[in-house]
Design a protein. Structure first.
Lengths: 118, 118
DNA sequence: CGCATATGTTTAAGAAAATTAAATATATAA
DNA sequence: TTATATATTTAATTTTCTTAAACATATGCG
């Protein structure tokens, strides 16, 4: 599994967003969901995903609950109230950032001389 | 100066894009331009900006030329032919990524039952 | 039965990248 | 002379990601 280099810095927000929408998800499910939503463009590495989940849990933004399904352990994560609040803020900030980025990536407008009255 | 956490991973591409458009820029100018284009949302830290410039130079994507202007040294960077090529690729990739990100951040569609023929 | 594949989590070592902060240097305006 | 703006460099620390492996189970295929 390899991920787009661009995802750096946005992974935390993506996880918060998915949990805000799905209430309960486990790590593997999150990675599958991101792959699905991105049409396979983004493939999370577990080495990146799980440490972020632990960190969010440590920060009190997520709570984990382990369940055994089909003989395998699954750790379901869900947002705490603080997590819900932060998800809103971060998603909004990231949306704004993508707009900004889009503007930066736009071809620079050709300043025509007429603007200057010429 | 502090930057948006989201810029991580995209800085290299932003620099390539600005140089593709402006032919010649120096570090300070790049940081000012990004701040301007982002309506002050993104403020590059020099500790992040300059090492990226050195790295791009080492990779043969940029060439630097020092000039003294008003008694102060300025290091102008411009793209090498490889840099020009990479700029095209990276900008295109990042544009695609922002579209993907937008989709992920979109509210999840409510799957209505009628889709299933109910 | 054995093997591959899919499902799932954990974690360690190393590399890459960013943050923070300070040092160096000059011009100009107040 | 003091503050602000311009401009680059770089070191220490922290954060984050990549890569890779280990551990564990279920299922489908030949």
């Amino acid at each position: 599994m390899s991920s787009s280099e661009f995802i750096k810095g946005t992974l935390k927000t993506i996880i918060l967003k998915l949990l805000a929408e799905n209430k309960q998800m486990y790590g593997y499910e999150i990675s599958q969901k991101v792959e699905e939503l991105s049409a396979s463009e983004i493939k999370l590495t577990y080495g990146a995903l799980y440490p972020v989940l632990y960190k969010l849990e440590n920060e009190g933004l997520l709570v984990a609950e382990t369940e055994v399904v089909d003989g395998r352990a699954r750790k379901y994560y869900s947002l705490t109230p603080q997590g819900v609040e932060l998800a809103k803020v971060k998603v909004s900030e990231l949306q704004k950032f993508t707009e900004t980025l889009k503007n930066i990536l736009l071809p620079a407008p050709n300043i025509s001389l007429e603007i200057w009255g010429a």
